[in-house]
Design a protein. Structure first.
Lengths: 205, 162
């Protein structure tokens, strides 16, 4: 199956699945922060791999990227991108203190953000797995605080090995006052995309 | 400074002095610069993967693969009048952006990119003059065709010129 061959029904199904997964993740984040977290309508972004850094706001933009692999019946990657200033605000809320605004993240801050990533990904995959009747487990999260281009290239390696296109299911989540905002990307690898679409029952041809 | 052109992920470009090529946010990717000092002409690529396994299946000329990118760049530079025996190379990037325990997962893709570039350059007989590779941080690279210099900027580290 080629990413470019996906039809509208299949893209819709991916958006819907991601919406449900993200709904659970947003609830988990709301509970953690004690604030309502909203979602935008998910988008399926099919694009040339070389254009992915632009989708993240530009290759040179400073971001916190939290990355996990999906293990189990389907494989793929999850990438969460928080613009720098939003990551800082999440930390203020979680750690209830002023953090190191200037430079790098402390060990405690890195660990807190990874935990946020872990909770979001677990809630997301749990909902997806229940719906698709498959076991989906997140790996241990890893974090990088750097330029978006540098954060994302490693994540694109799997996709680039088999083609020039990437498929990302993107959901933006935000708190009411937009203090906390981030992007959640699901990047299934190509065989897993097929497995997921088969499980939803919309695979054509 | 001349005109500035941005090279995206898996792209490459040719440049002659006084112009400049720029590529943002190299993580495990590498920036490869080839340069003919006599003509003040060169090329910069932003490559993602170490080696192309199925060369026949590749129809579009891109700099996605490190080894193929070097072949393409050498080809294009020679076509533009550079002498292959005058070409010299510089490398930047090839970092491991995420924690150490993950490096083994795909066998340190950044390091494999660097190794592939070194091997490919040696195969072409092109001397590697300088490199700024490895580490766990991203790099933005400017390649100046008038001087052959690579200016490297990072957020976490002081800048460097090689």
């Amino acid at each position: 199956m080629r990413i470019a061959d996906l039809n509208e029904t299949e893209l819709d199904a991916l958006r819907e699945v991601s919406n449900i997964g993200m709904g659970h993740a947003a609830t988990a984040l709301s509970q953690m922060l004690g604030k309502t977290v909203n979602l935008r309508v998910p988008q399926v972004l099919v694009t040339d791999i070389s254009k992915v850094p632009e989708l993240l706001g530009g290759a040179e933009k400073m971001v916190v990227g939290i990355y996990l692999q999906i293990l189990g019946s389907a494989r793929g990657n999850i990438l969460m991108i928080f613009p720098r200033e939003n990551a800082v605000r999440i930390l203020e809320k979680l750690l209830s203190r002023e953090n190191s605004r200037g430079g790098l993240l402390s060990e405690l801050e890195v660990s807190a953000l990874k935990e946020v990533g872990n909770i979001l990904a677990s809630a997301y995959l749990n909902a997806l797995g229940t719906m698709l009747k498959m076991t989906l487990i997140p790996s241990v999260p890893v974090l990088s605080f750097d330029m978006a281009g540098a954060v994302v290239d490693y994540v694109l390696v799997d996709l680039a090995e088999v083609g020039d296109q990437s498929l990302m299911v993107e959901t933006e989540f935000f708190e009411d006052d937009e203090q906390v905002k981030g992007h959640f990307f699901l990047l299934p690898d190509t065989p897993s995309l097929q497995i997921i679409l088969e499980a939803i029952g919309v695979l054509h041809g | 400074m001349g005109e500035l052109t941005i090279i995206g992920l898996s792209e490459y470009g040719l440049v002659a002095g006084p112009n400049v090529l720029l590529t943002y946010g190299l993580g495990s990717c590498i920036g490869i610069a080839l340069y003919d000092p006599e003509l003040r002409m060169g090329s910069l690529a932003h490559t993602l993967l170490p080696t192309a396994h199925d060369v026949a299946a590749i129809t579009v000329k891109t700099a996605k693969f490190t080894d193929l990118a070097i072949d393409i760049m050498v080809d294009e530079l020679v076509k533009s009048g550079c002498a292959k025996e005058r070409l010299v190379a510089k490398l930047a990037g090839g970092a491991s952006m995420f924690d150490t325990e993950y490096r083994s997962f795909r066998g340190a893709i950044g390091q494999r990119n660097v190794d592939s570039a070194r091997k490919s350059l040696a195969g072409h007989g092109i001397p590697l003059l300088a490199e700024d590779t490895g580490g766990d941080y991203g790099r933005t690279v400017e390649f100046h065709a008038s001087s052959g210099l690579m200016i490297i900027k990072s957020i976490q580290k002081p800048g460097k010129t090689i």
